[in-house]
Design a protein. Structure first.
Length: 115
């Protein structure tokens, strides 16, 4: 089992930045991949960024050049640095982890980009 707790969401103006954090309940060395997804009202949940245990990353086209996924192994935490935020980035952001064939989700954190 892996519990994931997200934090760092909030209200930000267009062009602003936020850093989301996802704290895992066990060592992320044991987790094969972690990522961030988002879901806006009326839309399906979509991948934002993902990182494997081998540090391979992939990003949605909408996130490339603006968002960066990273991790701190000592803190069992994965981050999503979001810069140059746009209103269309408004969504609930979910942390995701894959371990031993199971997929785990956090409870989500709201990000609202509005002036």
């Amino acid at each position: 089992q892996v519990q994931l707790v997200e934090s760092g969401g909030g209200l930000v103006q267009p062009g602003g930045s936020l850093r989301l954090s996802c704290a895992a309940s066990r060592s992320i060395f044991t987790i094969s991949a972690m990522g961030w997804y988002r879901q806006a009202p009326g839309n399906q949940r979509e991948l934002v960024a993902r990182m494997t245990s081998g540090d391979r990353t992939n990003y949605a086209d909408s996130a490339k050049g603006r968002f960066t996924i990273s991790r701190d192994n000592a803190k069992n935490t994965v981050y999503l640095q979001m810069n140059s935020l746009k209103p269309e980035d408004t969504a609930v952001y979910y942390c995701n982890a894959d371990r031993l064939g199971m997929t785990y989700w956090g409870q989500g954190t709201q990000v609202t980009v509005s002036s």
